[in-house]
Ligand binder design. Structure first.
Ligand code: NDP
Length: 483
């Protein structure tokens, strides 16, 4: 069985303890590969290598850094079929989605290769004729980047690309539960010509490798994507060194379907965003608020469209939805549905595993539409991370806004209406980092992405992400008397 290793100081290495873990396919739980399992010691070695590499990389011309990133993007694209296949087999998503994820990670490298060259400073209006004030932004040092299992390649690229473009050196820790495609992605970027130690990869658990990356005095920045509870723990530990933090955490996104919405398009958008990747997306549609006047028609279309989704092994090109990532995710989904049904919800479709031989060894679950929801139900308050679209009816825009904002999360929100005034009023008043108006697709490379409230701190994507890896410096220059 192939063993996926780590990258420390330019060398592909086993963990110091020589341990390894087996990664299983969620479709049938068959072993796919082994991965070296590092611990605190390996994380320390990687951090020290990144620290040694920092002076050289941070002073490298941004254009040269950009050239390496562009080459990395080309290598990732050249290997995208192979990386995507691994991604489907370790995570479950259909192959075409996996390929899209890998290509999107190459796009991130290309984007920051260019953006890194536009790290402009400022000449601040002077306080006196005898001085000038410059403001510059400089790479902040070693960045530790920690990513989850649901988009293991793309989410890693959102961190690596701006960090490297800014001139930081990096220690990356992907999820120990889906590390294979991420490893191939990192190796491709490293092969593009990065000096030793600039990009390091350590495998292992969050409790060991992750903890060392957060607690070490070497890492000046932690960029983390994962659960809100983990984010809180990281924040507490990072406080020890007043470490810079970017936290992309959980979400619980509302979708509001107004009386005047294009019902068919709204239903299509909600189906896409509620069920894609089996609902295991931080910006998934988690709560649908639909105006009572159009609720029946919307529900009918939602159920019809949901019924057309084909479930199976993600390697099958005809499949829309693969298995869930783990039994724990599936059980949580079932628990949330059972709680809602206990409290008066009704199932319009799904609600259980699909039947049949081909589903019995994987973590499959039918995409589920629930109706008659209220906010006493766990599913309307907690992140399910499963394929469920719960519907609740409203009678006024004020009520819809209040319900949508009644959450500790604030990552994304969606509104469907044909009226521009209604759209803008909602968009301005929804408490979320991204709002989709008549679309459930809110992530683009050029726009900032991140959460309000307990969904996180800082922004990824766009120019904003580059600044997350920089410190700002004011340089005041005294001038002599002159002409
Ligand atoms: P986790 O928080 O469990 O883990 C995320 C990463 O952090 C993993 O690499 C994990 O390691 C590591 N980790 C765990 N504990 C610690 C710790 N104490 N210190 C440092 N690192 C640690 O999240 P999941 O992997 O389960 O991902 C799902 C979550 O991610 C959902 O809540 C989802 O909403 C969120 N998410 C947010 C996004 C956003 O952009 N806001 C995007 C995508 C997902 P390991 O698991 O290997 O032990």
């Amino acid at each position: 069985m192939k063993r996926f290793k780590m990258l420390i100081d330019g060398q592909i290495v086993e963990s110091t303890a020589g341990k390894a873990a087996v990664i299983l396919n969620p479709v049938n739980q068959e072993p796919l590969a082994e991965v070296s399992l590092g611990g605190r010691e390996d994380a320390k070695l990687a951090l020290e290598a990144a620290e040694r590499a920092f002076p050289g990389w941070s002073r490298t011309d941004p254009k040269k850094r950009g050239e390496v990133l562009h080459r990395g993007a080309d290598l990732v694209r050249n290997r995208s079929d192979e990386i995507a296949r691994l991604l489907t087999m370790e995570q479950g998503k259909p192959l075409r989605r996996a390929k899209g994820e890998v290509l999107s990670s190459a796009e991130a490298l290309d984007y920051y290769a260019e953006e890194g060259m536009r790290n402009f400073g400022e000449l601040v209006p002077s306080a006196s004729e005898r001085s000038r004030s410059l403001v510059i932004r400089q790479p902040l040092g070693v960045a530790a980047v920690i990513s989850p299992w649901n988009y293991p390649v793309d989410l890693l690229s959102w961190k690596l690309a701006p960090a490297l473009a800014a001139g930081c050196t990096v220690v990356a820790k992907p999820s120990s539960r889906a590390p294979l495609a991420a490893t191939e992605f990192v190796m491709a970027v490293a092969e593009a010509g990065l000096p030793s130690g600039v990009l390091n990869l350590v495998h292992g658990s969050g409790l060991e490798v992750g903890a060392e990356l957060v607690e070490s005095s070497i890492s000046r920045k932690v960029s983390f994507t994962g659960e809100t509870t983990t984010g809180k723990e990281i924040m507490e530990r990072a406080a020890q060194h007043i470490k810079r933090l970017s936290l992309e955490l959980g979400g619980h996104s509302p979708a509001i379907v107004c009386e005047d919405a294009n019902i068919d398009e709204a239903a299509e958008s909600c189906v896409q965003r509620a069920f894609s990747n089996m609902g295991q997306i931080c910006i998934s549609v988690n709560r649908i608020y639909v105006h009572e006047a159009v609720a029946e028609e919307f529900a009918e279309r939602l159920v019809k469209k949901t019924g057309k989704l084909r479930i199976g092994d993600g390697l099958d090109p005809d499949v829309d939805l693969g298995p869930m990532f783990s039994e724990a995710q599936r059980q949580k989904t079932k628990d949330h549905i059972a709680d809602a049904l206990d409290k008066g919800a009704t199932v319009l479709c799904g609600g259980h595993e699909p039947e049949g031989e081909k589903f019995c060894r994987g973590f499959f679950f039918l995409p589920t539409v629930l109706d008659r929801m209220d906010h006493s139900m766990r599913i309307m308050r907690e992140e399910t991370f499963g394929p469920v679209a719960p519907m609740m009816r409203f009678s006024s825009d004020e009520e819809a806004l209040r319900l949508a904002n009644d959450s500790r999360y604030g990552l994304a929100a969606y509104v469907f209406t044909e009226d521009m005034t209604t759209a803008l009023r909602f968009a301005e008043r929804l408490e979320a980092g991204s709002v989709g108006v008549n679309t459930s697709s809110v992530i683009v490379p050029q726009a900032p992405f991140g959460g309000w409230k307990e969904s996180g701190l800082g922004r990824e994507r766009s120019r904003a992400a580059l600044e997350e890896y920089m410190e700002t410096k004011h340089i005041r220059i005294g001038l002599r008397e002159g002409f």
